[in-house]
Design a protein around this ligand. Structure first.
Ligand SMILES: Nc1ncnc2c1ncn2[C@@H]1O[C@H](COP(=O)(O)OP(=O)(O)OP(=O)(O)O)[C@@H](O)[C@H]1O
Length: 456
């Protein structure tokens, strides 16, 4: 019996995970009952079968089904004969034996689960074997090898997540939603973690778990400031940790910003050391307060989505939950290798945003991703950013649940009446309204503030 060529399992002194009987009954079941394939269609894939001939037979059954043809013994035999594959799968006797060993297709879903699970285990062994080989590659840097190893494991996990869900009857989420509304109305839970900005919360309902938020703007609009403000607000309003991944600013620069905001001492005084006695007291109080905040900062300059993901998962394992993951910023992530004109970086960006969206869902957290905007904004009369200004906008727009743009008129017009004001423009909101929220921006403290309180 010829087995699949996933890995040379002879090198491993154990039989690879597989369930040949389950594979046979699935194939026999589909030949017996043509409607059975619908129950595994899109879930079970040919490559998941352990036996090579089973892969080919399942592919043939899928092709027949796609063409609205019967999947019975005669049709499969003809199909494989036409493609000159009948002999290689074991001939007519192989197909007949599959039918003979099957009584019904009743358990096909459960059997498909078994075959998929065995396939995943083989994938895991394959990745482990490749990682084992990687460790001997002395030509490459260890951090690069660790990234490669993480990526291999991540791709198995990503494939598993994207296949895990099955449609459920409406009644099921309905009960959850009703239960949630009841708890919110009784004040037992909050609709989301407050961003600290009341008018913004009114529109987006705070930070919602499982969501990817893209926060974009031209340089110096205040993206990092907004992310820092949101992070501390989320940590204080949820009492759960927040992680900031910062490829641009160091952890000391973040600490300086937070100290400046909390003590209300401008950054230039902190940097020059020109501090009054009163300010020293304020700084001491601020250090004490900030030391209680659960803000974790990772300033690895070469951040990949694979390493980010494992760091977040480790934090979740340690603390139970993470209220927000902030990333400053997308275009500086190490997965993006630059564009050679073939759209490579757009594809890489698309892959990153997809992974981040999956991470938000998997870890039940909110991911806030900073993104640069195209220079195109600068050549327009109205410089308020638009969705199309997002660099490599297509995938960012698709994967994000919310796209928020920052705009400050004073950046372009010095004597504007809107001096000190910032516009937070919600250009995309999946399942909710869009709109513009005005905030005060104190650049000397890199702090956004509410203009006036609007109650819920
Ligand atoms: N210590 C400081 N004192 C005064 N102004 C500051 C200070 N730090 C930052 N700013 C100003 O605050 C504004 C917002 O800075 P921030 O770093 O948040 O912007 P950004 O949108 O993240 O920019 P970039 O994309 O260039 O990193 C800028 O105009 C900057 O000059």
């Amino acid at each position: 019996m010829q087995v699949t060529n996933e890995l040379d399992f002879r090198a491993i002194d154990r039989l690879p995970p597989q369930n040949i009987e389950a594979e046979e009954v699935i194939l026999g079941g589909i030949m017996l009952d043509p409607s059975a394939i619908i129950r595994v269609e899109g879930i079970l894939k040919p490559e998941m079968f352990y036996i090579s001939s089973h892969k080919h037979i399942f592919s043939a059954l899928e092709a027949l089904h796609r063409d609205n043809k019967p999947t019975d013994l005669l049709s499969v035999t003809n199909y494989l004969t036409d493609f000159d594959m009948l002999t290689s799968i074991g001939g007519r006797s192989k197909l007949a034996s599959l039918l003979e060993s099957t009584v019904s297709a009743i358990n096909i879903d459960a059997l498909a689960d078994i075959v998929i699970e065995k396939y995943r285990r083989r994938q895991l062994i394959k990745a482990a074997s490749e990682i084992y080989q990687l460790a001997y590659d002395t030509e490459s840097e260890i951090n690069h090898l660790l990234d490669c190893a993480e990526t291999k494991l991540l791709s198995i996990r990503t494939e598993a997540i994207s296949q895990e869900t099955e449609p459920v009857i409406l009644a099921e989420p309905l009960i959850n939603v009703f239960d949630n509304i009841e708890k919110i109305s009784q004040g037992l839970i909050k609709p989301g973690i407050s961003t600290g900005f009341y008018d913004l919360d009114l529109i987006i309902k705070g930070f919602q778990p499982g969501k990817l938020i893209t926060l974009a703007g031209r340089p110096a609009m205040g993206k990092s400031s907004m992310l820092g403000n949101m992070a501390i607000n989320a940590a204080r309003n949820s009492s759960q940790p927040v992680i900031l991944f910062s490829t641009e600013m160091t952890k000391e620069e973040w600490a300086m910003r937070y100290l400046s905001q909390e003590a209300r001492v401008e950054g230039i005084y902190l940097e020059s050391g020109r501090i009054s006695n009163d300010q020293w007291k304020d700084l001491a109080v601020a250090v004490e307060k900030l030391s209680q905040d659960k803000i974790y900062i990772d300033d690895s300059p070469k951040l990949t989505v694979a390493s980010l993901r494992s760091k977040v998962k480790r934090m979740v394992a340690k603390h139970g939950k993470v209220s927000m993951v902030g990333i400053d910023y997308l275009q500086l992530m190490a997965d993006i290798g630059g564009d050679d004109g073939s759209g490579k970086s757009a594809r890489q960006i698309g892959e990153i945003t997809r992974q981040l969206k999956l991470l938000a869902r998997e870890c039940n957290t909110t991911v806030v991703l900073l993104s640069q905007l195209n220079r195109g904004v600068e050549s327009r009369n109205n410089k308020r950013p638009l969705m199309s200004d997002l660099r490599e906008s297509g995938r960012i727009e698709e994967d994000s649940d919310l796209v928020i743009m920052l705009y400050r008129e004073e950046y372009y017009v010095l004597d504007t009446p809107d001096r000190g004001l910032a516009e937070v423009i919600i250009t995309k909101h999946r399942g909710g309204p869009t709109g513009i929220v005005k905030l005060l921006f104190e650049s000397q403290f890199t702090q956004f503030k509410n203009l006036k309180r609007t109650s819920y």
